[in-house]
Write a protein that binds this ligand. Structure first.
Ligand code: GSH
Length: 312
């Protein structure tokens, strides 16, 4: 059985950077599959059934969506050093959730101003920028995007909070010990650094800048490239799947035909048969011509489970 960590990502993806740093923190070896930054993504959707966000982790024919779940899976694979130290896990996860949403969107809107776009897409033809903008307009349709002025104000406020928080000289965010919070905050600020002309915003936050260097110092572990076709072949030839169960009393039964869809943006549903359900995770089974029978796993937070509509 192939139990390699197969990571589907692209270099400029902030949420992928969160996981790459976790690979470094845990000294993990992983297979690196580069995926497109915009649709279409046929090889990703063959695995997930619809979900198109980045990144996705594959272990054999188990497919893990969303970095909140991916980091949990990596913690199970390599418990030490811990991302969720027992005494700080509650605070760390609350801080991580704030970073992955509020901080992320402020960093994104701040970075994607004209001076930032020039840095992020340096050396790429204008068509790439146009295609990216068109893709993200659809991806975030219905969301109210922050103006540059609003994002700049928010980012200053958030950096101020973090600078104060680090004011006692601690090395990492929660009680001075590395945790998931450090990686969630780091990937957002890392994205701003992709636009060198805009990083002066950090000049008045020296503790925060030193902290970011510290987290980036964990590196990215040990990647070796893998072709997306080979990843699909691994899924098609791998069994069994990770153990999951549908717990009673949660509103659905094993075998139910459901869809699982993000609730915030990128509303692409993944349909399948329910094979696992708890308060933390939902898992569906689905079949694809190229990937075979796969189990696709999502966290509960940030996803909606719905019974598939039956046609009569
Ligand atoms: N909550 C998700 C957010 C993932 C996310 O928004 N990823 C961005 C890239 S960093 C994305 O999917 N962008 C569109 C795409 O790559 O197709 C997670 O933690 O994985």
């Amino acid at each position: 059985m192939n139990d390699e960590l197969i990571f589907h990502h692209y270099p400029g993806s902030p949420f992928s950077e969160k996981v790459r740093l976790v690979f470094g923190f845990k000294h993990l070896a992983w297979r690196s599959v580069h995926i497109p930054a915009v649709m279409p993504k046929p090889d990703v959707v063959a695995l997930t059934g619809g979900y198109r966000r980045t990144p996705v982790l594959q272990i054999g024919s188990d497919i893990y969506c969303d970095t909140a779940l991916i980091c949990r899976v990596l913690e199970r694979r390599a418990p030490e050093p811990a991302l969720y130290p027992v005494e700080t896990a509650g605070t760390a996860q609350m801080l991580a959730q704030w970073a992955d949403s509020a901080l992320f969107w402020s960093c994104s809107a701040y970075t994607m101003q004209p001076a930032g776009i020039a840095g992020v897409f340096a050396g790429q033809p204008p068509e790439v920028v146009k295609a990216f903008a068109a893709d993200r307009a659809l991806f975030t349709a219905g969301m109210r995007r922050q103006s540059v002025a609003d994002a700049t104000a928010a980012l200053h406020t958030y950096c101020g909070w973090l600078e104060t928080h680090l004011g006692d000289g601690r090395d990492f965010l929660v009680r001075g010990t590395p945790s998931i919070a450090d990686f969630s905050v780091a990937h957002c600020l890392w994205f701003v650094h992709r636009a060198p002309a805009l990083t002066t915003i950090f000049d008045t936050y020296p503790r925060l800048s030193a902290w970011l260097q510290r987290v980036r110092g964990f590196g990215q572990g040990h990647p070796t490239p893998l072709d997306s076709g080979e990843a699909l072949a691994i899924a098609a030839t791998s069994t069994p799947w990770a153990e999951v169960a549908v717990e009673p009393g949660l509103g659905f039964a094993a075998g139910d035909a459901v869809t699982v869809t993000p609730t915030d943006y990128g509303f692409d549903p993944s349909p399948g048969r329910l094979v696992g359900l708890s308060n933390e995770q939902v898992s569906i089974e689905r079949w694809d011509e190229r990937a075979g029978t796969v189990h696709v796993h999502f966290p509960r937070i940030g996803f909606q489970i719905k019974a598939q509509e039956t046609r009569t």
